[in-house]
Structure formats: structure tokens, C-alpha cells
Design a protein around this ligand. Structure first.
Ligand SMILES: O=C(O)C1=C[C@@H](OP(=O)(O)O)[C@@H](O)[C@H](O)C1
Ligand SMILES: C=C(OP(=O)(O)O)C(=O)O
Length: 437
């Protein structure tokens, strides 16, 4: 991970924009694409390269976890070379391994289904808050698919998965309304199970569906057969995962604070290499920011967002269902707190299970700066109100830090506590941000 050259002040005085920000930025790679590419490379039938991999806490934790399971990941450069885990045809009993999930949902949900393919015991744990994040549905499914899982009956970290080098697989019914990652986790490893995997969802609607599309697209790119004809059902046929070199797109969800800077200051920010077609949910920013009164253009070098002339004073509030793109909520909510008309963000009860209870945290921290915000069971409403300075707590949540610096760009005196938590998905975010202001 890139460390900032100087120790960061904590709390960190968020830089205030002195005028419209005009910038062109190249952003680090997508966390979701990098961690899927690493898992699939570890399961593949030959070596793969993950080009322009994101180097951040979540992706380094993933690389370390897969290394513990027998893969090799050379993460020394920008392009990470991955040698897959030994296959079931050449099993080797491994010494007990430990996986640190940190606060990475993708590590806690995607790695256990892979661990069943290892002949040995793998113990999982993570940051203190990780023990509160949901994973029980995945563990129950793994048991039904033929793995031995011991979670002490808690349905959460810490737990162990005892693999035997092969997994029977088959059909499982889960309730994935708490996280799309439950489905992605089972699909990513499913081709390597004897009978593949047939996952059915029974429950309230699944959030973050674009992330399941991302999983399916990446599996198909590696020759894996996925049947998603029926709603709420995904069948992965047994077979090899082809080795595949992949160039990782910039992280479009992490583009949110940078595009927000244009919106708040009435400036213009271009994100280089914005893909023409993508499964990343961050692509929804184009539409969301246009609805808030920004001008959004595809330009030669990427995507340009230009804020309204008066900056946040002319920014429109937003009435939107963010169920599919919940991870954008903290940045969008910060913009809504600064906007000139009311907002209602809906369909996001599930983000209470993210890095922190994001609805409660946003209501508390934006409210403490003076925002007129109401927390609902599944969202937030915000009405225009003058904001002032103060400490913005981040609850170890990278995207709460993004929300804090967005407000701080427009409002003097915002101090962002533990801004270093942004290292979860972005190397040296504070340095990158400060250089723009
Ligand atoms: O599969 C993924 O890479 C992700 C899925 C989403 O999780 P949820 O479905 O839990 O919201 C998203 O919020 C998270 O940041 C990344
Ligand atoms: C929900 C998020 O992360 P995770 O992958 O840890 O679930 C996020 O990055 O907003």
C-alpha cells in the first residue's frame, strides 16, 4: 500500500476549495474488479495477469488470503501475476491457514467458498466491526454444498472452513437481501465444484445487482457457463476456469468524491479512461449527477462533470432509489446535504450492514454539521440548511471519509477523523485529494 509521505493529522482538516476546481484525474483500479480477478485467477487452469490492479488494503488482503490457500500473487508492480492454487487432481494437504478479512466484504464472502477446495483447515477473522457484518447465509450454503464450516452457531466471524480438496456442490436456496456478495461468492467458485452450483434467492429484492452482473460477465470471459435466464436463480456449470489476463477499469465508485468536487465548486472534473460499457455501479453517477444539475459529457480522455455555475448553491436535491448502487450513498448524501432543494434517498436499508451502519452514521455526522436530515428505515431525507464546521467521524468507513471531505470542500472547518481509513480502497486518498484543492 502506498503510505503518505508525512504523518496525517487526525482529525484531518479537510481542504476548502477557494474557487471552481478544474482537474483531470487518473483514478486507481476498481476494488470489485480487482478482487474478482484475483479469485478467478487463483481458481484458473493456468497463470493470469491482473493488469493495473488496485493496490489498497482490500486487494492486498485478498492477495494474502489466496496466497494462504496455495495461490501465488506477485503484487510487486502495477500488473499482478497470479499462479493458481493446486487443483484437486494434485491435492496436497495444507497446514492450517488464517485469513484476515480486515473490513473487506469481498474477502469475507468470496474466499470461504474457495477454501472448501483446499485440503486443510482455514480460519477466518477480521476487524472488530467485521464480526457484525452478515455472512451467515454464505456459511449455511457452504454446509449444504458439502463443506465443513464451524462458526460456533453465530453466523458471523470468526469461523473455520475445513476443505477436503473437492466440493460436491449442487443446489442451494439463500436469502441474499442483505448483500449481493452472497450470490457472487457462490458463483465465483461454483464451476470448480463437482456438480457446479445452482443458487436460488428467496427473500426481499437483492441489492447491488450490477455487482452480480459483474460476477457473471467475468465468469463468462473465462469460459464458465452461467445460466441466469430465470430471475433470482443462477446456475454455474462445472468445468475449468480459463486463465485470463484482465486490465482493471478505474474505480467508478471512488470517482464519486472527485466528480462531487466539480458539483460542489461549480468546476469541471474529468475522470480519465471512463469505460464506454461497464458493469460497475459507479457508472450510475452520470445519471445521478445530471439529475442534480451537473453537465455530464463524454470527452476524448474520459468523462467530464461540470457543476452548476453557483456550485452547491445551485445544486438540485435528488429523489432516487439507490438500491442497485448503495455504495454511492455516502458521497451522494453529502451532495444532498449541500444542495439547494430537498432530497430523498431510498431503497438502501442494506447499507446498514456495510462498513458501518451508513444510514445512522450519515444522519449523525451530517446532522452534527447542521444538516437537516431524517433517517428512515431504508433511507435518508435531507432538506437545505446552513452547514458549519466540526469533527466528522468516519467509523472506519472509507466512504464516510469521502462524504466528510466533500462537505469540507464547501464548508470551512470540517475535520475528518481517521481519513486514513480511505486506504481500504484508495492509496493515499488524502494526498490525491489535497493536490486538487
Ligand atoms: O461484489 C462487490 O464487489 C460489491 C457488492 C456490493 O455489496 P452489497 O451487495 O453488500 O451492497 C457493494 O456495495 C460492495 O462495495 C462491493
Ligand atoms: C460496501 C463496501 O465494501 P465491501 O466490499 O467491504 O462490502 C463499499 O466499498 O462500499
Amino acid at each position: 500500500m502506498t503510505s503518505p509521505a508525512v504523518a496525517l493529522a487526525d482529525p484531518w482538516p479537510a481542504p476548502v476549495a477557494t474557487g471552481p476546481v478544474d482537474a483531470v484525474v487518473s483514478l486507481p483500479g476498481s476494488k470489485s474488479l480487482t478482487n474478482r480477478a484475483l479469485v478467478l485467477a487463483a481458481l484458473a487452469d493456468g497463470p493470469s495477469v491482473v493488469r493495473r490492479a488496485l493496490r489498497s488494503r482490500d486487494t492486498l488482503l485478498m492477495a494474502r488470503a489466496l496466497t494462504g490457500l496455495g495461490a501465488a500473487v506477485d503484487s510487486s508492480g502495477d500488473d499482478w501475476a497470479v499462479t493458481p492454487m493446486p487443483t484437486a487432481t494434485r491435492p496436497a494437504r495444507r497446514a492450517p491457514a488464517e485469513v484476515d478479512c480486515g473490513l473487506a466484504g469481498t474477502v469475507m464472502r468470496f474466499v470461504p467458498p474457495v477454501a472448501g477446495l483446499v485440503d486443510g483447515v482455514v480460519a477466518f477473522d477480521g476487524d472488530p466491526h467485521m464480526r457484525n457484518r452478515p455472512v451467515g447465509e454464505v456459511l449455511t450454503a457452504l454446509t449444504a454444498l458439502g463443506m465443513r464450516v464451524d462458526d460456533g452457531g453465530r453466523g458471523s466471524l470468526p469461523f473455520t472452513v475445513a476443505g477436503e480438496g473437492r466440493v460436491p456442490g449442487g443446489t442451494v436456496v439463500i436469502d441474499a437481501s442483505a448483500s449481493s456478495q452472497f450470490v457472487s461468492a457462490l458463483l465465483l467458485a461454483g464451476a470448480r465444484y463437482d456438480h457446479g452450483v445452482d443458487v436460488r434467492h428467496d427473500g426481499k429484492p437483492i441489492p447491488s445487482l450490477p455487482h452480480i452482473e459483474m460476477t457473471i460477465a467475468m465468469l463468462r470471459a473465462r469460459g464458465v457457463e452461467v445460466d441466469d435466464t430465470d430471475a433470482n436463480r443462477w446456475a454455474v456449470a462445472p468445468g475449468p476456469v480459463a486463465a485470463h489476463d484482465e486490465t482493471i477499469e478505474p474505480d467508478l465508485s471512488n470517482a464519486a468524491p472527485f466528480l462531487a468536487l466539480a458539483a460542489v465548486t461549480g468546476g469541471s472534473v474529468t475522470v480519465r479512461d471512463w469505460p464506454i460499457a461497464t458493469t460497475q455501479p459507479g457508472d450510475a453517477l452520470r445519471d445521478l449527477l445530471a439529475q442534480m444539475g451537473c453537465t455530464v459529457d463524454r470527452v476524448d480522455d474520459g468523462l467530464r462533470v461540470t457543476g452548476p455555475a453557483g456550485g452547491h448553491r445551485d445544486l438540485l436535491g435528488l429523489d432516487a432509489d439507490l438500491h442497485d448502487v448503495g455504495e454511492l450513498t455516502p458521497a451522494i448524501a453529502a451532495l444532498c446535504a449541500l444542495a439547494s432543494t430537498p432530497s430523498h434517498l431510498r431503497g438502501i436499508a442494506h447499507i446498514r450492514g456495510h462498513e458501518t451502519d451508513r444510514l445512522a452514521a450519515l444522519a449523525a455526522e451530517l446532522g452534527a454539521l447542521g444538516a437537516d436530515v431524517t433517517e428512515h428505515p431504508d433511507g435518508l431525507s435531507l432538506r437545505p440548511a446552513p452547514l458549519g464546521g466540526g469533527v466528522f467521524h468516519t467509523y472506519a468507513d472509507h466512504r464516510m471519509a469521502h462524504a466528510g471531505v466533500i462537505v469540507g470542500a464547501a464548508v470551512p472547518g470540517v475535520l475528518v477523523e481517521d481519513v486514513a481509513t480511505t486506504s481500504k480502497t484508495f492509496p493515499d486518498f488524502p494526498g490525491f485529494w489535497a493536490a486538487l484543492l
